[in-house]
Design a protein around this ligand. Sequence first.
Ligand SMILES: NC(=O)c1ccc[n+]([C@@H]2O[C@H](COP(=O)([O-])OP(=O)(O)OC[C@H]3O[C@@H](n4cnc5c(N)ncnc54)[C@H](OP(=O)(O)O)[C@@H]3O)[C@@H](O)[C@H]2O)c1
Length: 242
Amino acid sequence: MQLAGRVSLVTGAGVRLGRALALSLAERGSDVAVHYHRSEGPAREVVEQIRALGRRAVAVPLDLAQDQGYGELVSRVVDSLGSLDVLINSASVFERGTIQTESTVSWDRHIAINVRAPFLLSQAMVSRLQQGQRGHIINIADWRAERPGTQYIAYTVSKAGLVALTKSLALALAPQVQVNVIAPGAILAPPGDPGGYFARLPERIPLRKVGSPQELVQAVVYLLESDFVTGEVLHVTGGEHL
Ligand SMILES: NC(=O)c1ccc[n+]([C@@H]2O[C@H](COP(=O)([O-])OP(=O)(O)OC[C@H]3O[C@@H](n4cnc5c(N)ncnc54)[C@H](OP(=O)(O)O)[C@@H]3O)[C@@H](O)[C@H]2O)c1
């Protein structure tokens, strides 16, 4: 798919990697719906930056922990920008939780935001596709989805679910919609980065560096431009997942 003239929706696009993805899609000619929850001000800045690039943009709020509002959100995108061709599910919650500390509240938040919301948004997007219209869904998971870990149990399971969801939707929606998932490694330090965790990471990453938002952007663009890749897990980790 060529991005020029398409319409993309990026979740969590007010800040961090979602913001980088929204701007990069606009730089490649896509109109963009900028989803946010708490980051209204930053999301409005992204909208202004996209408009300055000559593309159309709209900011669309929704708390993805909720089980309602997905059809309305997609309708708002289609009504404002004319269609919806590309959905990037980037918004996420990432909270530590071990066998001793994990709570039902944390479980429900991770599953709702990281897996259920991408499904509900996919469902809403597909219901608005026109006959003959092609689409792409790209989910942003984590290499932890495919490797066991003890410190982020609900998060890890939610991202494993997102990988499974991706493969199921790739089958269910072919040939009209391609569905892929990116499994990033260390790209952006968590807010606050306690103890300089990120600075010590390169020594245990095979390519001896952390990534950058640009590497995630390149992976997304590759998947969007391909007409023959679906159900794929693309690791962008510097080899850390190995
Ligand atoms: N950063 C990395 O190095 C890294 C590594 C591996 C995987 N990933 C994955 O890459 C994606 C982007 O990561 P990131 O680090 O940029 O973002 P992040 O800090 O994991 O996620 C923050 C984003 O999620 C949104 N969000 C959180 N709770 C929400 C809710 N209840 N409803 C709606 N939106 C909600 C936030 O929106 P508001 O601010 O508007 O509330 C914000 O845009 C995530 O899926 C993450 O798991 C990132």
